[in-house]
Ligand binder design. Structure first.
Ligand SMILES: [Zn+2]
Length: 238
């Protein structure tokens, strides 16, 4: 129900979008769901994380029950309902976040996640974030078509290592959260730096030479558009 409602309100606004003159790069990660090239961050929604955890617990309990037992039958039903709930929540979050990002920009650049996951995410618990990222990306591309916004997936090579200010390579491990450039002195949150690189590559890819419009308000993304409420919030990071 929730999903249908937000979808309908979206299609109604078809072709209504005016160009914003804004372009944006997105870095998705585990610490935050995404960080954009202006430093805004969207957190992983807590309610979704909670549901995912309890779903996993439930799955473990289910697998321990005896085949053919009453308990197993009962748990199977609970599990099915829970599954449905989590997938609805995840979809709702992806739709909402993708929609607001696409609507506020003329170009959206993001990493090619399939490649990225193979490179960076090898050791990390994959299932949860992968599902969310993949779905998010699909919706970004979908809304891109709907609203006539350019969406571009860039190769992830070097996006976190290069300095977004001077372009030099600054090697850092996954645990290094801040980019500190010894070449030009640029200091920035790691993900923010990556998002700026992603935007830069995206712009190059589509052959834009125009200037970037510097930071503006992204109010579109702060409103609780869905009944699920505070699932995603943009937070200023300074
Ligand atoms: Zn630098």
């Amino acid at each position: 129900m929730v999903i249908i409602a937000s979808f309908v309100s979206t299609t109604k606004e078809l072709n209504k979008r005016e160009t914003t003159g804004k372009t944006i790069g997105l870095d998705v990660g585990l610490n935050h769901f995404l960080t954009d090239s202006e430093g805004n961050q969207v957190e992983n929604p807590r309610h979704l994380r909670k549901s995912e955890k309890s779903l996993k617990r439930l799955q473990r309990r289910f697998s321990k029950t005896k085949k053919g037992s009453k308990n197993r039958v009962k748990l199977r039903q609970v599990l099915a309902r829970k599954h449905l709930k989590v997938s609805r929540q995840r979809k709702d979050f992806a739709v909402k976040t993708a929609r607001c990002v696409v609507q506020s920009n003329d170009l959206v650049a993001y990493e090619d996640l399939k490649v990225r996951n193979m490179i960076r995410n090898r050791h990390l618990s994959k299932s949860i974030s992968d599902a969310a990222w993949t779905q998010f990306r699909q919706w970004v591309e979908y809304f891109g078509k709907v609203f006539g916004v350019v969406t571009v997936a860039v190769p992830p090579h070097g996006t976190s290592q290069n300095c977004s200010n001077c372009g030099e390579v600054v090697k850092k491990s996954l645990s290094t959260r801040t980019h500190v450039c010894p070449h030009c002195g640029h200091i920035q949150d790691r993900d923010w730096n990556a998002a700026r690189n992603i935007l830069e590559i995206g712009l190059r890819t589509v052959g834009h030479t125009g200037t970037l419009i510097a930071s503006g308000d992204i109010d579109l993304c702060t409103g609780g558009e869905t009944p699920l409420g505070k699932s995603s919030r943009f937070k200023e990071e300074t």
